[in-house]
Each structure stands twice: as structure tokens, then as C-alpha cells.
Design a protein around this ligand. Structure first.
Ligand code: TXA
Ligand code: MG
Length: 338
């Protein structure tokens, strides 16, 4: 076993030489490269098999570093960073011209966050340059919440991973587009996460900002928002009727099999040729924070049990702002919602 310090030194070396590494954050593991080495950034896309239209998040060690990658930082970003950083909030702000367009997929904005994990912060400080990093999974697949998830995901690519234990949050950061207008701050949640809209609103109200939340309708401005994502290799079926028997659900799924695609948005799904006969039930904690923490790990666990599909029963008490972040992921991972 390598000590954390040895692992950080090795990771820094690989990064400095233009390689990519896996590293822990409080949300999910990331696949990182130095933002100032274009060939390294390109390696993220090839390793993940990620399309170039999906931008990467720039991870920073401090607000000082964040200011250098944005053309306009602004008072609302300052207020939000003071409260939520380090933490699971990504701020989307105007891109500084120095930021490689490969990172932003050609957009004039850049997503920035300071992760809340001691090893991530230590690595960022030692490297001294921000790290571009998406989640460390193949494109469209379930995000990794442990070092071994990353190793399994990239077993063929032989990616070095800094082991920081299990992720405490378990789903990706909240992505918030922040626009400073002369009279008010206009905000759009591009991806739900642990930091809720109500948390953000509370901070801005308390600090006396005029602000409003608007839906981001221009989808070009919120990429990575495909209908399907986080998909396990076998079909995940979400059923909202807890009374329905698995046998009955499987029967309906088999009837609908023809409608179930083999591949959704380039993500391959294993559909047994002779129909679905066996299932594994995905069960999550009653507490939404715990349920979120364990979601991806459990999805991976049930996917390798060898059943033909995964069943999840959505219960009526699983409602409210915090559960919405979880179901945003679970529904995108589903092949069918009944
Ligand atoms: O928690 C997280 O955010 C994790 C950890 C590793 O930090 N990272 C992560 O990265 O989830 P990724 O690539 O899987 O998701 C990044 C998403 C993009 O898909 C996109 O939706 C959004 O962040 N994003 C990044 N930059 C953006 C930009 N300039 N404009 C709009 N959306 C952006
Ligand atoms: Mg991802």
C-alpha cells in the first residue's frame, strides 16, 4: 500500500508530465489533467470516450485561482464561494481567454469548483495549476464513488488513482450558471445536487442581493444534460407502484422489450436475447442524504449480481427538494419508468 503522500507525489508527477489521474472529491471521483497542457486535457476525452460537446469542470485550490480562470468573478460568486466552498457547488461564469476552449467545449463560460476533500485540495495545491476533471467513468455510465470503481472502469487504460476512501456526498456537484446584471443576479441551476436552490437563495437573501432563478431554456448553454446518463450495463426499471409484483413488472418489460433500445445516446445496454427473467432489487436508505451517498455504489453492486435487470420501487415519501437531486440521476439511469 502506498501512503497518501506517496500517492500524491506520484499523481503530481503524472499530471506534470501531461498524463491523467483519478482523484477523490466529496461528490464523486474525478479524472484530472492540468488545464495548461492541451494534450493532457484531450486525454480526458479519449480515456472517457466522452464527446467534445460536453464541457469539463475546472477544479481550483482557492478563490484566487478561480478568479484567474474567469473573465468576471463578481460579488454573488464571492458570496456563494465564501459559504459553499470548498464544496459541491460548481459556478458557471464567463471564461477567461486563457482557458482552453476544449475544456469549455467552445462555450464562453467555464464551470469552476473547489472540492471539499483533503487529498484533492492537497493535490491542487502541490500542482499549483487548476485541474480540469469530469467524473471518472466512461461516458454515460455510473459515476465512481470509490477508488476501486475508477480502477474497474479504466482497467484497460491503466489509470493511476489516488485513494481517498468513499465519497461522502455521492452525486455530482450542483451546477449553477451565474449572470451578474446591473440590477440583479440571474441564476440557473443546470444540474441539481447536494447544494439546493433554497440553500443558494437563503445565502443571497441574507447578504442583500437582488436575484432571480430562471430555467435555462437554451440547451446549448447547458450541455451534459442528455436524457440518459449514469446508466448501468443492464436495464434499470423504476416502478412508482410499490404494490406491483416483480413478476408482473418483468412481464410488462418483456412485452415492451422491442421498444427498449440496445443503445441509448451511444450508451450500450445489455438486453438478454431470451427476455428478462431474473431481477435484483435496488434498495436505498430512508434518509435522502444516505440514499444519495450510496446510490452509485449500490447501482454498481446490483449490476454485477448477474440478474437480467435491476428493479427500483419509488415510494411516495421519497419527495421534496433533496430527493429530487437523487431522482434526477436515478431517472436518467433508467431504461424504463413504469
Ligand atoms: O461533482 C462534480 O461536479 C464532479 C467532480 C469530479 O467534481 N464532476 C463532474 O463532472 O460531475 P462531469 O464532467 O461529469 O460534469 C460536468 C458537467 C457537464 O456535463 C456540464 O453539464 C456542466 O458540468 N458544465 C461544465 N462546464 C459548463 C459550462 N461552461 N456551461 C454549462 N455547463 C457546464
Ligand atoms: Mg459525469
Amino acid at each position: 500500500m502506498m501512503s497518501p503522500n506517496e500517492a500524491l507525489a506520484k499523481a503530481k508527477n503524472i499530471l506534470d508530465e501531461g498524463g491523467v489521474i483519478g482523484f477523490p472529491t466529496e461528490t464523486v471521483y474525478g479524472l484530472a489533467a492540468r488545464i495548461d497542457i492541451p494534450s493532457a486535457v484531450e486525454k480526458i476525452f479519449t480515456t472517457k470516450e466522452r464527446p467534445f460537446f460536453d464541457p469539463l469542470i475546472v477544479h481550483v485550490a482557492s478563490v484566487e485561482q478561480a478568479k484567474k480562470v474567469t473573465a468576471y468573478w463578481g460579488p454573488a460568486s464571492q458570496a456563494l464561494a465564501e459559504v459553499f466552498w470548498p464544496g459541491p457547488l460548481t459556478l458557471v461564469l464567463p471564461r477567461d481567454p486563457s482557458v482552453n476552449l476544449m475544456i469549455t467545449s467552445g462555450l464562453e463560460t467555464v464551470g469552476i469548483r473547489m472540492p471539499n476533500h483533503p487529498l484533492a485540495l492537497e493535490l491542487l495545491q502541490q500542482v499549483g495549476v487548476p485541474l480540469a476533471a469530469p467524473s471518472a467513468n466512461k461516458f454515460g455510465r455510473t459515476s465512481p464513488t470509490s477508488a476501486s470503481h475508477v480502477r474497474v472502469e479504466f482497467k484497460n487504460e491503466d489509470v493511476f488513482v489516488v485513494d481517498g476512501g468513499d465519497c461522502q456526498i455521492g452525486i455530482e456537484s450542483t451546477v449553477l450558471l451565474v449572470r451578474h446584471r446591473p440590477d440583479k443576479v440571474v441564476l440557473s441551476i443546470l444540474r441539481r445536487g447536494h447544494v439546493l436552490q433554497s440553500d443558494i437563495a437563503k445565502v443571497l437573501s441574507e447578504k442583500g442581493f437582488e436575484f432571480e432563478f430562471v430555467e435555462q431554456l437554451d440547451k446549448r448553454e447547458s450541455p451534459g444534460h442528455m436524457k440518459h446518463h449514469y446508466m448501468p450495463p443492464v436495464p434499470l426499471i423504476v416502478c412508482t407502484d410499490v404494490q406491483r409484483l416483480p413478476e408482473d413488472i418483468v412481464k410488462e418489460v418483456n412485452q415492451k422489450m422491442g421498444e427498449l433500445p440496445d443503445e441509448i445516446e451511444s450508451i450500450k445496454i445489455v438486453k438478454p436475447k431470451a427476455g428478462i427473467h431474473t431481477w435484483s432489487i435496488l434498495k436505498l436508505s430512508e434518509d435522502p442524504l444516505l440514499a444519495t451517498r450510496e446510490l452509485y455504489g449500490k447501482l454498481r453492486e446490483v449490476a454485477i449480481q448477474g440478474a437480467d435487470c435491476i428493479l427500483f420501487y419509488r415510494e411516495s415519501h421519497q419527495a421534496g427538494e433533496r430527493w429530487e437531486s437523487l431522482f434526477d440521476r436515478l431517472n436518467k439511469a433508467a431504461s424504463l419508468i413504469l
